[in-house]
Design a protein around this ligand. Sequence first.
Ligand SMILES: [Fe+2]
Length: 520
Amino acid sequence: MDDAALSGKVLGLEEEIRDLNIKNDQLKRFLEIGKILNAERDINKLIPLVMIETRKCVDADRCTVFLINLERSELPAKYADGLQDQSIRLELKMGIVGMCVLTRKILNVMDAYEETYFKREVDRSTGYRTQSVLCAPFFDPKGEAIGAVQLINKKSGLFTRQDETRIRDTCCLLTNMAQTGEFKKDAIEPLIAGLRKATDSDRGSIFLLDRKEMKLSSLIAEGLEGPSIFVDLNLGIAGYVAITGQEENIPDAYSDPRFDSRVDRQTGYRTRNILCLPIKNQVGDILGVIQVLNRRCGVFTDSDVELLRALVPQIAIAIDNAILFEEQNQQWQSFLEVLAASIDAKDPLTAGHSHKVAEYAVGIARELGLSETEMDILRVSSLLHDYGKLGVSDEVLKKPGKLTAEEYEHIKQHIPRTQSILSRMRFMRRYRGVPKIASCHHERLDGTGYSGGLKAFEIPFMSKILAVADVFEALTAKRHYRDAMSVEDALKILEKDIDTKFDGTIASAMKRYLYKLPSD
Ligand SMILES: [Fe+2]
């Protein structure tokens, strides 16, 4: 080999070593993150750590995490690494980050100033010059986008495919963080599949115990398509394990008198052997059973039993969380119903107003393409929007004629009352915006509303929807001071005030929604 070829080869090798070193370095960093993740459970401390590592990994100048704030239609920066002023707020559905959240895709932009949707105002206000941008969304347990990670200005050239993989990893991490503590059937399914492989069996399943109905219902049943199946608690091996709490390793199902062959007959499956263990929570209550069927070679062994035992605590925690979550949800829904009913009880003539407003508001929201979460927040805000009316005197509320200026002022007080009562309620995280949304339903775009006299951009988007739904419902229902108006007349009144008092897009969505409704 001549000198030139040799030096070429050396150069090639040097480059390869450099690449390997970089990869090694990145791997080390991610191992570090792994260690931190195991030790640290506080998401507010974790996000900055993950961000610093990600920024270093891809050699970017800045890294920012944005979290969607639905009630303000904003994307405030949750963490901004490499930036002094951390109070950046972007408008939702605008700019590169907004576009990334909207399309749910990774955006790799070479020159931000070449993109029509790039918002130059942010650069102008911070004095920074953005050039290359890499942006990726992350999601909540329901798969809805809850935020985005943005990397700005790669120091060495442009963002690469490898950087895209890296930011995708970071977003997976953030998605997982958002899901921590929340029950996901999807999280248990791989466990069962792994268990089936490890025990060399044909099928794995989990049944949940319903003590009231004396039944077991399938949470996961491999090999069985369709909805959950229910098994009588007094029949079969699974029922026996759920009642007694004993582990059962049955080498030949059909020779065991407790075995119930009806499921086999219904499904055409032939059960040979069964390994079934109870799932108990920390205090020893039986939550359900886990079972594997038909070991491919021979019968289930002691080490198979050990494997199942090792898995049970994780499954028990997931099920316990799911039960708790369901109970909390039911309690919350019943509270909401009671609160809405207590406003209705105040005046039989306006009874059902809050439910009707909720129905219209959600209908508008669906037309506008809002997410399920947004519609839920809107529904709750609608149900509680007039809560402060509990403090309005009956004489004024039920007065048949025109109100005096003084009486009108008294009615207007239901807004600060709603605000004050609702802000004293401890809402779950997703409903934190409800007091604000509910108490802005009488604000108008031109600032002539009450109680804040807020103008267009100061009013939360959901309050603007609530305003249209509220006025439409009030006009089309009978009131103490007038009869019910027809849908057409009510829409005409709304249309007259479009862009001065009501948002035109919202009013059009209301119209579209109404015309889709079956006429009664
Ligand atoms: Fe109101």
